[in-house]
Design a protein around this ligand. Structure first.
Ligand code: HEC
Ligand code: HEC
Length: 354
């Protein structure tokens, strides 16, 4: 029995109807790109109350790479969201200070600026709101409270100057301003021009025939009902888009402990949110193994099998899995060149551990 929420059902039908006409005309041909597919924009939407400036982005980059705001002085945002990799840590569960692991897998920060909400369960509405969390999470950066973290920033003269220049005002070093700077930097972490994007813009040779086949399978199976382009994540609607996972038992629930986490229920307390998750982006998904909120599934092939079983109650053939994985590999984009920031120094003293 397949029971989708009304919205999901509606979305799947609408997208199918729109595309079926094209598929009927074109079949599995690789020579002409479908006009209906959207490419990733080159720039992320900017939040009106947090305009982007070069100085703010640079400050956000410094904070992102700086480990001095973790209790041990060893963990930065980049520890778990490694920008030299796929924006994650390739570990099942994130590891923070003292080698402590949290309950969830680190999602990528690449393209997170396009999400309608942040975290696996969507409990933060914006990047600004999200950025305040990790510093005081005991298993992440482990600071006692945000004031202690801010004092670490204030103790570094170069940061006092940079915050004053970027934000002005009486108390330029504030958690709100730090979060705005980090969010501004994150809005530059966009990976456009993947083979899929070039294909969607009309370069018919940008994807292989197998990748085009995989995209059509992905669409026909109904994966696009939730993973919608251009992000191949949930549709951007206020508050975000959530789905129950796993919806069907599908045979993988015990093997991968898929119902141990209560999902969005833990954030809202609403029974209807139990086991609901934000539909994650599939951009660069080939780089971000292992998969799902608990990182329990080690390979992309297996993640595709689990999804078809858990959401559609469909057991895919090996050939279907190969085609879909080939398509998902076409979602690996171009990574902008990032130079490491120089950090304002801690002069002539060691890091004071509070
Ligand atoms: C110890 C590892 C760790 C550190 C350090 C860390 N994060 Fe995360 N991050 C995670 C995990 C795990 C999640 C998912 C948690 C959840 O959904 O409950 C996450 C979620 C996010 C998300 C949401 C992405 C999405 O797809 O929903 C963003 C954005 C993010 N982190 C940015 C940051 C920033 C900025 C910092 C530094 C201030 C930071 N993280 C520090 C592990 C870490
Ligand atoms: C009803 C909505 C829905 C449908 C339909 C759906 N997905 Fe998902 N997908 C999700 C959600 C929600 C998650 C996050 C699950 C979790 O980890 O808690 C997810 C996660 C994934 C992941 C892992 C991403 C990561 O970073 O760990 C892959 C890969 C994936 N889906 C592929 C597919 C494929 C292929 C299909 C079609 C066979 C599909 N999905 C159909 C909602 C859906």
């Amino acid at each position: 029995m397949t029971r989708f929420t009304d919205f999901t059902r509606f979305a799947i039908d609408a997208i199918r109807n729109q595309r079926l006409a094209w598929i009927a005309l074109c079949g599995l041909c690789a020579s002409s790109a479908a006009p209906a597919w959207d490419a990733l924009p080159q720039q992320a939407p900017v939040q009106a109350d947090n305009p982007m400036t070069a100085a703010k982005i640079e400050l956000g980059k410094q904070l992102f790479f700086d480990p001095r705001f973790s209790s041990t002085g060893t963990v930065s945002c980049n520890t778990c969201h490694n920008l030299m990799l796929g924006g994650d840590d390739n570990r099942p569960l994130a590891m923070g200070v003292h080698g402590l692991t949290g309950p969830r897998n680190s999602p990528t920060v690449w393209n997170s600026a396009f999400h309608a909400s942040q975290f696996w369960d969507g409990r933060a509405a914006s990047l600004e709101e999200q950025a305040k969390g990790p510093v005081v999470a005991s298993v992440e950066m482990g600071m006692n409270n945000l004031d202690t973290a801010l004092n670490r920033v204030r103790a570094i003269a170069g940061y006092r100057t940079a915050f004053a220049e970027v934000f002005g005002g009486k108390e330029p070093v504030s958690i709100g301003n730090a979060a705005m700077a980090v969010a501004a930097f994150e809005r530059t972490l966009i990976t456009p021009n993947s083979p899929y994007d070039r294909w969607a813009r009309g370069d018919a040779g940008a994807m292989t025939a197998q990748q085009v086949r995989g995209l059509l399978q992905f669409d026909q199976l109904g994966c696009t009902g939730c993973h919608q382009e251009p992000l191949f994540g949930g549709p951007r609607k206020p508050g975000g888009h959530f789905a129950v996972f796993p919806f069907h038992d599908g045979g993988f629930v015990d093997q991968y402990r898929l119902r141990e986490d209560s999902g969005r229920f833990a954030a809202t307390g609403r029974e209807s949110d139990r086991h609901k998750y934000k539909v994650p982006t599939l951009r660069n998904v080939a780089l971000t193994a292992p998969y799902f909120h608990n990182g329990a599934v080690p390979t992309l092939e297996q993640a595709v099998r689990v999804m078809a079983a858990a959401q559609m109650n469909v057991a895919l053939t090996d050939a279907q899995v190969d085609d879909i994985v080939a398509f998902l590999q076409a979602l690996t984009g171009e990574f902008p060149a990032i130079t490491l920031p120089r950090l304002p120094p801690t002069l002539g003293s060691s890091l004071r551990v509070d």
